[in-house]
Write a protein that binds this ligand. Structure first.
Ligand SMILES: Cc1cc2nc3c(=O)[nH]c(=O)nc-3n(C[C@H](O)[C@H](O)[C@H](O)COP(=O)(O)O)c2cc1C
Length: 361
């Protein structure tokens, strides 16, 4: 029996960060359950208006849906609730404004360099996090923020090459195994962040509680975990999506070239096999939702694929996943009634694994 150690981001005290998972994988149910167990529950902030079937101006409806999700999560928990935003979103400004107005505890910026983010903060209580995959990016963001806005990030989240979703590394480096390891990037960012008196959180391949212990040995304050939270009862995705994680063997977890222009890690399925064979899915680009997406050249619409997947239609989509997703099995993730384990059970397990020093890294 054991509890996870806590750490602070400004005045927020948490035991871990549950990584934001778009589209709709980490919504009100998952984030409130994590927040109720002492973690920071992070809503995936991408295209929620589309997921909820809102019509009308996309930027307005996505921001409204994000507000709905934040308010609903707040009703279910008094704990720490945040939002993950991708800087490459074309409606990023509307979403950042909405999240700050809703006074979320934390906004975590991923997918691109959030060089202008502090302009949305307006001195409110919301803390700022940045996801980086190199010391260079951490320094660049910090220097820009400090020079123009006289602030620096409240927390650095170092995401390594084993993470799920879109990745901040070159595709070739990931395939060839030449991307820097999480440990080496983390150690360099920790040294830098110590000088700024800021915590560092590490992400990507953290699966067992003992991995948290290992990360703390590198000087990190704590971890961000996403994949392990997919196969839980409260995860907001359809069971078909969660079952993809149970089905996956190590060989099924693959790298893709996302239409976003970044590599991504996902579970191979017939949809991705068709893409790999060069097939094209017809789609209407409703709005250029990702500034880096070239919809004319894309074989499919990534947002459509992710919305289909989270709704359980894996024929027309796929599930993102970190390298450790194959560790999720029926035995480890289903309880005696055949239901997915609750977040409460998972958090208790993580505490026990922490005490035992059980590791995957
Ligand atoms: C299904 C899924 C969706 C994700 N969506 C996002 C996202 O929208 N924005 C983001 O910055 N990271 C996203 N990620 C990355 C996670 O937030 C997290 O940093 C990473 O997966 C950590 O590695 P782990 O999955 O091995 O724990 C996603 C990951 C998964 C598995």
């Amino acid at each position: 029996m054991g509890a996870l150690p806590t750490f602070k981001i400004g005045d927020l005290e948490i035991n871990l960060i549950q990584g934001g998972m778009s589209v709709g994988v980490s919504g009100r149910r998952l984030v409130s359950a994590v927040a109720n167990e002492g973690g920071a529950g992070i809503i995936g902030g991408v295209a929620l208006g589309l997921l909820h079937g809102y019509s009308g101006n996309y930027a307005k409806t996505n921001a409204k849906a994000l507000r709905d999700e934040i308010r609903a999560a707040r009703k279910m928990s008094d704990g720490v609730i945040g939002v993950n935003l991708m800087r490459v979103l074309s409606d990023y400004d509307n979403l950042a404004e909405a999240a700050v107005e809703e006074e979320v505890d934390l906004i975590i910026n991923g997918g691109g360099l959030p060089l202008d983010f502090p302009k949305f903060l307006k001195g409110g209580k919301t803390k700022s996090g940045v996801i980086v995959s190199s010391l260079r990016a951490a320094k660049l963001i910090t220097r820009k923020w400090e020079k123009k806005y006289f602030v620096i990030p409240d927390v650095f989240i170092v995401e390594g090459p084993k993470a799920g979703g879109h990745l901040g590394f070159k595709y070739d480096d990931l395939i060839n195994g030449t991307a820097s390891s999480l440990e080496s990037i983390a150690r360099s960012v920790v040294e830098y962040a110590n000088g700024l008196d800021r915590p560092v959180v590490v992400a990507g391949g953290i699966y067992y509680g003992g991995d948290i212990q290992k990360a703390r040995g590198w000087g990190a304050s704590g971890v961000q975990m996403a994949t392990r939270f997919v196969a839980t009862r409260e995860c907001d995705a359809h069971d078909n999506f969660k079952n993809e994680h149970l089905r996956a063997d190590e060989k099924d977890i693959v790298l893709i070239s996302s239409p976003v222009g970044m590599p991504g890690r996902a579970i191979l399925n017939p949809f991705l096999e068709k893409i790999d064979r060069g097939e094209k899915y017809d789609f209407n680009c409703r709005w250029n939702c990702l500034r880096t997406c070239n919809s004319k050249k894309s074989q499919y619409c990534i947002i459509d694929a992710l919305v289909n997947a989270v709704k359980g239609n894996l024929d027309k989509g796929f599930a993102f996943a970190g390298t450790n997703a194959y560790r999720a099995t029926r035995e480890s993730c289903l309880d005696s009634d055949g239901k997915f384990i609750t977040v409460k059970t998972l958090m208790k397990r993580l505490g026990d694994e922490y005490s035992r020093g059980q590791i995957s890294l």
